[in-house]
Write a protein that binds this ligand. Structure first.
Ligand SMILES: [Zn+2]
Length: 435
């Protein structure tokens, strides 16, 4: 990223443009820089251009982007790391944000230290928009406590020491004392994965603790009515944000309570496309395709992120220059009710098998009977028998005899009518879908 653009991007994370034409000018400039750099440095991107017979000079603005082909998770995965990461990036120094979590499909994500900080700065901007002060505390509820050891977070720790950007990660599944920790920390804002927040709220209430954040930011999965009700018992304002591992925050509910979500137009280009590939009309459902304007180490250009959304008007009724989405259909994560009354969150299994899943390309975890869980796997390569056993043993330990667990190799994993495969299917739904 050009140094001048870096400075401007950082300043935007503190103060966004007020005028739509300034924003449009910035986006066009970002697109030109991004495609020029990606074409020169990233073999995969160059092959995209070749496929349609274009060169970077043909892409001068946001509207020109539509001439480039879309890329799916699978295509980036198949291309391999050396093809999708910029040649001028020090690959050993990049932060790894790869995931095989809630989507069931593995996705490589690499970023430089600066890109990671920049995306985080945009996230803090959203928190400020909802009214978070610089010295107020944020708790983040997750299903794991994992961190990249290469990300020292030195700047962040320094900020915390001087009393700004106070943030605490809560491992809702792994830390038995998480409710007490959260209550002691008394955050002004609570954010994280929607069902992790809901579980934390439940633990806090069962433990007799008190937690009263001013607002709760749900993300990562669909905010269903039962989840909203459970989180709503805190009495805090609930706002939903739309983000993904690959891009951090992409959209957030209008802070002024107008209908819909503001799109983070200064960091991403979010397109909503219908099944035949045309841009959705306002009010129409379509597939979300995103171009990340600030990731150069591993560019995502017209990337099919795997979600559906309803396109909204290009300006929000609140007067913000950001364009909007009216709804986002994220994924839902179903818990497995096991015989004997134990309710198992599928991430409890995912967390323990993760170290052994390097060869898994895509998975689906299905509760085929109340006491039976089948881990269906589409393999990236043929695993050794010991690799399969390692996964089965780790999972069986967590299940502690409440349910059986076995790994089945499959050739395909079916998609739901929405076009997305469901990574977790609980018993009742497994019966309905015939799996
Ligand atoms: Zn608005």
């Amino acid at each position: 990223m050009h140094p001048f653009r870096r400075v401007q991007a950082l300043s935007l994370a503190f103060k966004p443009f007020r005028e739509a034409d300034q924003l449009a000018h910035w986006r066009d400039g970002c697109v030109r820089d991004l495609v020029e750099n990606a074409y020169g440095q990233v073999p995969y991107v160059r092959s995209l251009f070749r496929r349609v017979g274009l060169v970077p000079a043909d892409i001068r603005s946001v509207s020109d982007l539509a001439a480039l082909p879309l890329s799916s998770k699978r295509e980036l995965q198949d291309a391999g790391l050396m093809q999708v990461v910029a040649r001028n990036a020090r690959i050993d120094r990049l932060l790894d944000r790869s995931t095989s979590g809630s989507t069931g499909e593995r996705m490589l994500v690499k970023r430089t230290w600066f890109e990671e900080r920049l995306l985080n700065a945009f996230r803090w901007r959203v928190l400020r928009e909802y009214g978070l002060g610089p010295c107020e505390r944020v708790a983040v509820a997750l299903f794991h406590g994992a961190k990249d050891p290469r990300d020292s977070q030195a700047l962040f720790r320094l900020a915390q020491r001087v009393g700004v950007r106070q943030m605490l990660i809560l491992d809702v599944l792994g830390d038995p004392g998480v409710a007490q920790t959260a209550a002691r920390y008394a955050p002004q804002a609570l954010m994280g994965m929607t069902s992790a927040i809901a579980k934390l709220v439940e633990d806090v209430q069962t433990g007799g603790y008190s937690l009263q954040p001013r607002f709760v930011l749900t993300s990562g999965e669909l905010l269903t009515d039962p989840l909203r009700q459970r989180i709503g018992t805190l009495g805090s304002r609930i706002v939903d944000v739309y983000g993904a591992n690959e891009c951090n925050f992409m959209a957030w509910q209008c802070p002024a309570n107008a209908e819909g979500y503001h799109i983070c137009d200064d960091a991403h280009i979010v397109e909503v496309l219908t099944a035949d590939g045309r841009p959705a009309a306002v009010g129409e459902w379509g597939e979300v395709v995103v171009t990340n304007l600030i990731s150069y180490a591993m560019p995502l250009i017209r990337y099919r992120i795997g979600d559906l959304a309803v396109r909204g008007p290009d300006w929000c009724a609140c007067g913000s220059p950001f364009s909007t989405l009216l709804a986002v259909r994220g994924r839902t994560i179903d818990c497995f009710a096991l015989p004997g009354g134990r309710v198992l969150h599928p991430w409890e299994i995912l967390n323990v098998i993760r170290p052994y899943t390097g060869w898994v390309r895509q998975f689906q975890m299905v509760q085929t009977a109340p006491g039976e869980i089948v881990y269906r796997v589409l393999a990236a390569r043929t695993p050794a028998e010991s690799e399969i056993q390692a996964i089965e043993q780790a999972a069986r330990q967590v299940l502690a005899g409440c349910a059986s667990f076995r790994l089945n190799m499959v050739k395909t994993i079916e998609s739901a009518p929405s076009g997305k495969s469901r990574p977790f299917i609980a018993y009742q739904q497994a019966v309905v879908t015939g799996l």
